[in-house]
Design a protein around this ligand. Structure first.
Ligand code: 5GP
Length: 185
């Protein structure tokens, strides 16, 4: 790649493995089995929160052995990436109606809980038959808004993780594992 094509931030640091792809694959399979059992006999709408959940979402829906539809929404919380301001806005809304449907909201990570608290409240107003929430990751030390996580991949300590869909300034989403970043790296 030519000098002019290089990203302006340093992304040459190879993130240390925090959760391996084998461990993630195993847990996603367990979550899929659990969701399949819990929703047996029903149709589902799986809603992914962009962009961070896209890889988890794609892996998880393939482990759910039920008739389902998929949809996406995107939310932004004002403030910088590490400090959420508490004001959330939907920047891409669902294309499907979820009224009287069984809905599973799928997120990458719950940090302060602000984003998902807002999204669950917003989706409830659309009168789904049921609304459950699945998150790949949860940082209990950061939580400001209690959110019921019906299906959780992993509880993690307070560090910035990237990969498996999660980014740092839009980089690292394609890493097949979850890595941790040394902020001074
Ligand atoms: P919350 O509203 O729960 O504070 O923030 C959730 C959002 O913050 C996530 O969807 C994600 O975009 C971002 N976030 C929080 N912690 C991390 C982290 O450790 N790594 C990455 N890549 N994003 C994070």
């Amino acid at each position: 790649m030519g000098q002019n094509c290089r990203p302006r931030i340093a992304v040459n640091q190879k993130p240390e493995v925090y959760l391996s792809k084998e461990l993630i694959r195993q847990r996603v399979s367990e979550l899929g089995d659990q969701i399949t059992r819990d929703f047996a006999g029903n149709h589902l709408i799986c809603v992914g929160v962009l962009k961070g959940s896209f890889i988890f979402f794609a892996d998880l829906v393939r482990q759910i052995d039920l008739p389902l539809k998929i949809d996406f929404l995107r939310a932004s919380s004002y403030g910088d990436h590490t400090e959420s301001s508490g004001v959330v806005k939907i920047t891409l809304d669902l294309s499907l109606s979820i009224e009287n449907q069984h809905v599973l909201l799928i997120e990458d990570i719950v940090d302060t809980g602000t984003t998902i608290h807002y999204l669950l409240k917003n989706l409830k107003l659309r009168n789904p038959a049921s609304l459950k929430f699945c998150s790949l990751l949860f940082k209990p030390t950061q939580v400001k808004n209690q959110v019921p996580i019906d299906y959780l991949g992993f509880e993690i300590d307070d560090q910035f993780v990237v990969g498996y869909g999660l980014d740092m300034a839009e980089n690292y989403r394609n890493l097949p594992y979850l890595g941790k970043i040394n902020p001074r790296g």
